[in-house]
Ligand binder design. Structure first.
Ligand code: SF4
Length: 493
């Protein structure tokens, strides 16, 4: 993840690509398999949806670490030859990372795993999340003369680990993690082991699996475990460090679980793969429940012909919605899976073409029809408006829009960079004003209570800040046990 440094923004052409929901990453780790790099490759491939900007794998041969990282999708970064090269250097363990950066942070030096040498030896790190005290930590280090070669907050973690104060500690990693504030699911590779840790609030997922021959695996999402034939064991607990080595799996705590965890509810709404179980709940089933709840809260007008999902992430909620209200479900919008990211186009004609290239409308299911469209969320609104305009242009008679989460009115500081508050369509606008802007006949969002009623855990254990504005940690004033206190400043010397 990036420290919050102002850099130019790359705009999307209006199609909701990860550019609207930035800062989701995938981590992976496996110990004790002679072909760990190949498993990491598959584990990253399975988690491609969490990050498409860059990818990387670091391996250990038991004494030395090697890494290969690059910009692009997993199969672009690793062809057969590259994978073979890194695989033969491994043999003990491997970790991997897929990254989707904020704009400007999208440079090759920020690709992970970050491989560094320090007084304790070598370490490689993969990080999913966002540290809210990164800027303060980094400034202290820079004032003490430390040089950084990335803009990633992950590098701050390595500087902390390498600091004399942490190295003098009986458990340098534990001492390091206690200074981090914010969201982090981390996987460290040392020559003799993997250490995986999750912040005390549990913002981002991190699961443990076991291969048929007994080797342990960690991954952001269980879909990666399924792909490599690993059985789900359990989640890494908030505040826990799990060590995977030749001794098997060991656990210790660097912090107690926060009184109220802050599991990211947006993982279930949008991020995670439908086949994954996140925070102990299957994502597809959770989304279908959201659709059912939305259908109860905002039933379709009687005249509606079809319930239509906005592909791909609106599909599960649309299924639940259609099942609950009994109206026919039709896939009238077909995504072109072979179109990559679309960048800003200089003319409106090109922008419109880019939208049409990505989503094809089935004319016969749209022309003259009254449609109820189900989508998972609206961020800036430009993407949704482009889609609604496309449906109108295709002859839809009525468009009723249902969104399977509440209006997003606040930025996220814990691993997702939607946009600044001023760029969010719902900030300072009523639902009716948004409806008017989008040009639809009706618009309803799922209520926060409705959303939380679809979750397995008690409502108090989820982060809902992007909807409710209630931040579990104040991003502007990090405080508490995990902040650097004045007497601890000496560690920067
Ligand atoms: S603010 Fe929203 S996206 Fe960010 S961690 Fe909380 S629920 Fe997830």
């Amino acid at each position: 993840m990036d420290c919050r440094i102002a850099l130019p923004v790359i705009q999307d052409a209006g199609i909701r690509t990860p550019a609207d929901h930035k800062e989701k990453c995938a981590v992976f780790g496996v110990w004790g398999d002679a072909h760990g790099a190949r498993l990491a490759y598959l584990g990253l491939y399975a988690q491609q949806h969490r990050g498409q900007e860059s990818s990387g794998i670091a391996v250990s041969d038991g004494a030395v670490l090697h890494a290969h990282t690059g910009m692009g999708l997993v199969p672009e970064v690793f062809d057969a030859e590259t994978l073979e090269k890194i695989d033969v250097k491994g043999g003990r363990g491997a970790i991997g990372h897929n990254r989707y950066s904020t704009a400007g942070g999208s440079v090759s030096c920020n690709a992970q795993p970050l491989l560094e040498s320090y007084i304790g030896g070598q370490v490689a790190v993969s990080h999913n999340g966002n540290l809210i005290n990164c800027t303060a930590l980094r400034r202290r280090f820079e004032e003490a003369g430390h040089l950084f070669h990335t803009t990633s907050d992950t590098e701050v973690i390595v500087h902390l680990l390498a600091s004399p104060a942490q190295q003098k500690s009986p458990d340098p990693l534990m001492a390091t993690l206690r200074h981090l504030q914010g969201a982090f699911s981390l996987v460290f590779l040392f020559p003799d082991r993997i250490e995986a840790a999750r912040d005390p609030w549990g913002w981002r997922p991190l699961s443990i699996g076991r291969l048929p021959r007994g080797q342990f695996v960690v991954a952001s999402e269980t879909v990666a475990l399924d792909v490599i034939g690993a059985r789900f064991v359990r989640d890494v607990l908030p505040g826990e460090i799990v060590t995977i080595s030749d001794r098997g799996l060991e656990s210790r705590r660097f912090a107690e679980v926060a009184e109220r965890t802050a599991l990211c509810a947006f993982e279930h709404v949008y991020f995670a793969h439908p086949a994954s179980n996140v925070f102990g709940q299957n994502v597809e089933l959770a989304r279908e429940k959201m659709g059912e709840a939305l259908s109860r809260e905002a039933p379709p007008p009687k005249s509606v012909d079809f319930i239509v999902p906005m592909p791909d992430s609106g599909r599960s909620a649309a299924l639940g919605f259609a099942r609950a209200c009994g109206v026919q479900y039709r896939e009238a919008i077909v995504p072109n899976r072979y179109v990559g990211r679309t960048f800003i186009k200089p003319t409106q004609t090109e922008r419109t073409a880019a939208v049409r290239l990505k989503l094809n409308i089935i004319d016969e299911l749209v022309r003259g029809k009254r449609l109820l469209i189900v989508d998972d969320s609206i961020v800036r609104g430009t993407t949704t408006k482009a889609k609604m305009d496309q449906l109108r242009a295709a002859g839809a008679k009525e468009i009723h829009l249902r969104i399977s989460c509440p209006p997003i009115r606040n930025p996220c500081y814990f691993g997702v960079d939607f946009a600044e508050r001023s760029q969010l369509i719902a900030t300072g606008k009523t639902v009716d004003q948004i409806r008017e802007y989008l040009g639809v006949d009706s618009l309803h969002y799922l209520s926060l209570e409705g959303l939380l009623s679809c979750m397995n855990e008690p409502a108090r254990n989820y982060c809902t800040a992007c909807w409710s504005g209630e931040y579990r940690l104040d991003p502007d004033h990090p405080e508490g046990e995990y902040v650097i206190e004045p007497e601890q400043m000496k560690m920067f010397g």
